[in-house]
Design a binder for this molecule. Structure first.
Ligand SMILES: Nc1ncnc2c1ncn2[C@@H]1O[C@H](COP(=O)(O)OP(=O)(O)OP(=O)(O)O)[C@@H](O)[C@H]1O
Ligand SMILES: [Mg+2]
Length: 339
């Protein structure tokens, strides 16, 4: 992710994916950019489409080890990509939850620019994020947006794997991203120069890190640092408090309040590798029930990927329902919230 647009997120995501796949890992790339999904284009496979199998989406296989899921693979005509409101929300949630990835060693998610509502939904829908790699160019404006991306990760409890300085050199400057890392105690992953070959490789759909003139070395350093920092992931010691804190930041899909604010979470208990909780619903068959369950599951798995989540559903009693309805009326999101 980055905050700012056009800084090289997709370029880094695609090259990282190729690198890992070339080194015998099974890798997926999820193109989470609904406005300009261009992962397939940068990989030179934008003529391919995703299939379906048993109600699941089949990703596009760039190689047997490298699989891509993207909205651009779902529609054949570019002009048709006008995803609005709940439809967009639904499409993204399908890409995230309904893609038949098979067994992956790594899933790389290419985020759209920004840090708004849409990114919050994406981050909440993804199961157990290991961490975020943030890309910035050295200019001041880009650093400001990078600051927002850093705040976003902290707010969402996403580990920052580190920062990359892209397009480093005489034109945009050099070294500023590392300065931010030093002052904020965030790992610096490395830098990539502003280089015409990188533009060309994007146009040709061929990974630039295959290049032998130095880009390969720069990129190797970055990947090794990413892998090292992922391995250093501290075992999250899950407590009931940390689960509640996370759920207090988990926003209801239709109402602009968190699940705890809405009084929907009861009896959180962490024991023997399982988080059990009671989810209170105003009515047992609310249409967003499944969305809420997957939000809760993903939020908790974001704290610890291996934890089991056991959710029991109960219906609110009259006074709980009254309180819920009062808040719901205040916080009802209209469709524009999703656009
Ligand atoms: N180090 C670099 N040197 C030269 N060109 C680069 C470099 N990194 C990326 N580019 C080029 O800059 C353009 C934008 O890159 P990319 O699409 O990866 O950015 P992005 O952050 O994903 O953009 P968006 O926010 O729109 O998703 C592409 O044409 C890419 O080839
Ligand atoms: Mg991009």
């Amino acid at each position: 992710m980055s905050g700012k647009g056009g800084v090289g997120k997709t370029t880094v995501a695609v090259n990282l994916a190729y690198y890992l796949a070339d080194n015998d890992n099974v890798v997926g790339i999820l193109d989470a950019d609904v406005h300009g999904p261009n992962v397939l284009k940068l990989m030179g496979i934008d003529n391919q489409h995703m299939g379906t199998h048993d109600n699941k989406l089949v990703p596009i296989y760039a190689t047997p080890n490298l699989r891509v899921s993207s909205l651009a693979g779902l529609v054949s005509d570019e002009s048709a990509i006008i995803w609005r409101g709940p439809l967009k929300h639904k499409a993204l949630s399908q890409l995230i939850n309904d893609t038949e990835w098979g067994d992956l060693d790594y899933l790389i998610v290419d985020f759209p620019p920004g840090t708004g509502d849409e990114l919050i939904s994406i981050a909440q829908f993804i199961n157990g994020i290991t961490g975020a790699v943030i890309v910035s160019t050295p200019q001041h404006v880009s650093l400001l947006d990078m600051g927002r991306a850093i705040d976003f990760c902290r707010k969402m409890n996403i580990k920052i794997i580190g920062l990359i300085e892209n397009m480093s050199g005489d034109i945009f400057g050099k070294g500023t991203v590392k300065d931010v890392c030093d002052s904020q105690d965030i790992p610096f992953l490395g830098m990539l120069p502003l280089n015409r070959k990188i533009v060309q490789s994007g146009e040709d759909g061929i990974p630039f890190y295959h290049d032998n003139d130095g880009l390969r070395n720069e990129f190797n350093i970055i990947v090794q640092n990413i892998l090292k920092n992922i391995e250093n992931k501290e075992e999250a010691s899950l407590s009931e408090d940390s689960v509640m804190t996370t759920l207090s930041k988990t926003i209801h899909p239709e109402i602009d309040y968190s699940l705890t604010d809405l009084g929907m979470i009861k009896h959180v208990n962490v024991k023997n590798g399982t988080v059990s909780l009671v989810l209170l619903l105003p009515f047992l068959n609310v249409p967003v029930k499944d969305d809420i369950i997957s939000l809760i599951t993903n939020a908790i798995k974001g704290l610890d990927n291996k934890i089991k989540v056991d959710i029991t559903i109960e219906e609110m009693n009259d006074s709980e329902r009254q309180q819920f309805m009062a808040m719901a009326q205040k916080g009802w999101k209209d469709n524009t919230q999703y656009t």
